[in-house]
Design a protein around this ligand. Structure first.
Ligand SMILES: Cc1ncc(COP(=O)(O)O)c(C=O)c1O
Length: 478
């Protein structure tokens, strides 16, 4: 018997008439898994429209977005040029099985590989997937294969590489593993030079050097557990790094750090895998964030902003010795949607756009302007313990006002709630703000505005943060 799909009872006219926000939230509470999301606010916010640096709710309230989908929308919401690339592909070849080829995949891989070769002097190839975690999984297969099946990795305390089973094994938080048992081998988590919370009395560079020395100590004797001096082999295949820690709170290491770390890795035959999923594509002012640090990666993992958050596409670039078809043969990994034509088409247009515009100068200038404003806020508000940034990856660490150091998740949570009220009046217009929270103590506002943010919008950002800080500081002093 034919059983037609029944529309939810309270869904009025199914498609023609829209459900109210209250009805949607009721359905969400009942039918959506909450396992794939985090509701930062109660009730969770529903958005309906977006444009440039702004996102709008059903009531038309305007929110300046300082998160841009965790840095997936670097080039602004509804970027015309990139949206048009999607439309063009939709009208020509929107679907094709991944066993066949299409022009966009090949051109995109070539452009990325040629760019890496020009910048780092290393030949390599590109391998696509759909989400960041899946690309991390692919990279794990690649490095395990290159190191004769060695499955152990180093990674950083505070590091985040995704939530699939193997990606959570190299992500620092035990919270992401606790319920699910072990599948991939858990990484050995090594301290990242988080200077603000490091030992007192050391400069940033001294602390970076200190962290490398502590890591190098592991290889001093076989009894430190990672190195067999007789075989000249480490038990670990690769070190997974984020250049600036994303979820970890946009922590920026001293500029000497990766150069010194890479020397140790080279000495002991350990591969350097740069997870640039969040910091890539000019978030920090360079196409590849590792370009700031003067070292050659063995593998780069990318995702997010490559398609400006449109059709998902992620991937890895790896040195030829690790990825050529002789060593990493056909079918080593596969996903139906891996090099999907919609994603590769928009990514190709995004790469073209990045090659035609001087994003480096633009992002570094805008970042410097915003950082100066954040430093001013730090001078004026005791709840701001630390501000820092590289390009348009900026951080503001919120602390207890008595010492401007003790992390305060409670104050940050208040700021997020206040920001979503959308009642901050600036020049006769009301705004909300979309903030993202990260950090080891969940007390860091990680600022990732659109790279196309205008000067007026940056001034608005600073005014809105000023008002938010004023609100929460006022409450603290009664
Ligand atoms: C550095 C880093 N690696 C990996 C991931 C996982 O990517 P995805 O959420 O697309 O699976 C993220 C996501 O935030 C990330 O920031």
């Amino acid at each position: 018997m034919h059983k037609p799909i029944q529309w939810p009872e309270n869904a009025k006219g199914a498609g023609s008439e829209k459900l109210t926000e209250a009805e949607l939230l009721q359905l969400e509470a009942k039918y959506c898994s909450h396992g794939d999301t985090v509701h930062y606010t109660n009730p969770p916010k529903i958005f309906e429209r977006c444009e440039g640096s702004f996102i709008y709710d059903a009531a038309g309230r305007e929110y300046l977005d300082l998160q841009m989908w965790y840095s997936a929308v670097n080039f602004g919401y509804r970027n015309r040029r990139l949206n048009n690339a999607v439309v063009r592909q939709l009208e020509t070849l929107p679907q094709v099985a991944s066993q066949y080829l299409h022009r966009e995949k090949i051109e995109l891989a070539a452009i990325i590989a040629q760019d890496v070769e020009r910048k780092f002097g290393t030949k390599g190839r590109v391998h696509f997937n759909v989400g960041g975690s899946q690309a991390v999984e692919d990279s794990l297969k690649l490095v395990r294969n290159a190191k004769n099946g060695k499955s152990l990795m180093f990674a950083f305390e505070g590091g985040y590489h995704g939530r699939t089973l193997a990606a959570s094994a190299i992500t620092s938080s035990y919270r992401y593993r606790r319920r699910y048992g072990h599948f991939g081998d858990r990484a050995l988590f090594v301290p990242f030079p988080y200077h603000f919370r490091g030992p007192k009395g050391m400069s940033k560079e001294e602390y970076g050097h200190h962290c490398v020395k502590q890591f190098e100590r592991l290889f001093e004797t076989e009894y430190h557990g990672v190195w067999d001096p007789k075989a000249g082999q480490a038990e670990y295949a690769a070190f997974y790094v984020e250049t600036l820690q994303g979820t970890g709170g946009y922590v920026k290491p001293p500029m000497n750090f990766f150069r010194e770390l890479k020397k140790v890795l080279d000495n002991y035959g350990i591969l350097l895998v740069v997870d640039d999923i969040q910091m890539g594509f000019f978030r920090t002012g360079k196409l590849w964030s590792i370009e700031h640090f003067g070292v050659e990666p063995d593998v780069i993992v990318f995702g997010k902003a490559l398609t400006n958050g449109l059709n998902p596409l992620s991937g890895i670039w790896a040195r030829e010795e690790l990825i050529n078809p002789e060593v990493f043969p056909v079918g080593s990994t596969h996903s139906t949607f891996n090099a999907n034509p919609m994603g590769t088409a928009v990514a190709l247009e995004a790469m073209r756009m990045m090659s035609e515009t001087d994003y480096e100068t633009m992002v570094m200038e805008k970042g410097a302007y915003l950082l100066k404003g954040l430093e001013d806020l730090k001078r004026r508000y005791k709840v701001v313990g630390d501000v820092d940034g590289l390009g348009l990856a900026l951080r503001m660490e919120i602390c207890e006002p008595h010492d401007s150091f003790t992390p305060s998740k409670a104050i940050v949570d208040r700021m997020v709630d206040e920001a979503l009220k959308a009642d901050i009046e600036i020049d006769g217009r009301k705004y909300g703000v979309v903030l993202d929270i990260g950090g080891y103590y969940k007390n860091v506002i990680t600022l990732a505005p659109s790279l196309h943010i205008t000067k007026d919008e940056m001034d608005l950002v600073l005014k809105l943060l000023d008002r938010l800080l004023h609100r929460v500081s006022k409450d603290l002093t009664g």
